[in-house]
Design a protein around this ligand. Structure first.
Ligand code: SF4
Length: 259
């Protein structure tokens, strides 16, 4: 298992499959993953709640200072990024000052890198909170996770309890009124002796039903790219991903496939 953690607040720029040249912002600790999901495919590895510290976050001032420093350096090098992306070692919307940090980032972007877009990659667990939703909507792209329209599959893939349901996520995502981007990881394989495959006919029909309810601005679908914490997971072929994308396009969605 070769998972990794980002060791800085600002990382990259990295060449992202989905976003191009992207400067990353990691609001989470640099020495462990801090997330309320435990996705079996997470590139940061499994979640270990016993490692969680009481104050795990970088302060708003630290994030602002570091981001300004890196953007000014990139500006002087004539090398500004296409995207400034909130990602990193866990779930960015868990930061208690997420809204304020987004506002700071918009201000810095407008001043130093006006061509760059701001993206937030989030698991959508906080998206039902009005302040978080408002902050997410200040980003050019709020990219929110929904890996399956079926509770069992979603709970297994994301390592969450039965109390976390697809219905609750859909209700939160509907509040974005068509402005959210939905990201879905497709994979198959055995985990804890249970076979998971979110590309079956039933899965795709249910997933499309969820997308119809959410009505996202765009859908991003992808598959495993690097080693996963859970052994035994398999990539989905480009052909299969494109078939899924075509079905979603047939419904009328704008779909981006990353393989
Ligand atoms: S939501 Fe993202 S950071 Fe959290 S466990 Fe899943 S993939 Fe990892």
């Amino acid at each position: 298992m070769a998972t990794f953690l980002f060791d800085k607040i600002i990382f990259g720029p990295v060449q992202s499959r989905r976003l191009g040249v992207s400067l990353g912002i990691n609001l989470l600790p640099t020495d462990y993953k801090f997330c309320n999901f435990d996705c079996i495919y997470c590139e940061c590895g499994y979640t270990f709640p016993e490692k969680f510290r009481k104050h795990p976050f970088h302060s708003r001032a630290e994030v602002r200072t570091e981001l300004e420093k890196v953007l000014l350096k990139m500006q002087s090098d004539n090398n500004l990024p296409n995207y400034i992306s909130f990602a990193g070692n866990g779930e960015p919307t868990l930061h208690p000052e997420f809204s304020e940090i987004i506002s700071d980032t918009v201000e810095l972007r407008n001043r130093i890198a006006p061509q760059a877009k701001i993206a937030v990659l989030s698991n959508a667990t906080q998206a039902h909170k009005p302040a978080v939703r408002e902050a997410l909507l200040k980003a050019d792209d709020c990219i929110l996770k929904l890996d399956s329209g079926i509770d069992d599959t979603m709970q297994r893939m994301n390592g969450v309890s039965k109390s976390f349901t697809v219905e609750k996520i859909i209700e939160a995502l509907k509040q974005f009124e068509g402005k959210a981007i939905i990201q879905t990881m497709f994979l198959k394989g055995c985990y804890n002796d249970i076979y998971i495959d979110n590309t079956t006919e039933t899965e795709i029909e249910t997933w499309l039903g969820a997308m119809r309810q959410i009505a996202p601005r765009k859908i991003m679908i992808y598959t495993i790219d690097r080693e996963t914490p859970a052994a035994g997971l398999e990539k989905i072929s480009a052909q299969k991903l494109n078939e899924i994308a075509d079905r979603a396009r047939h419904v009328g969605f704008d779909v981006q496939v990353s393989v």
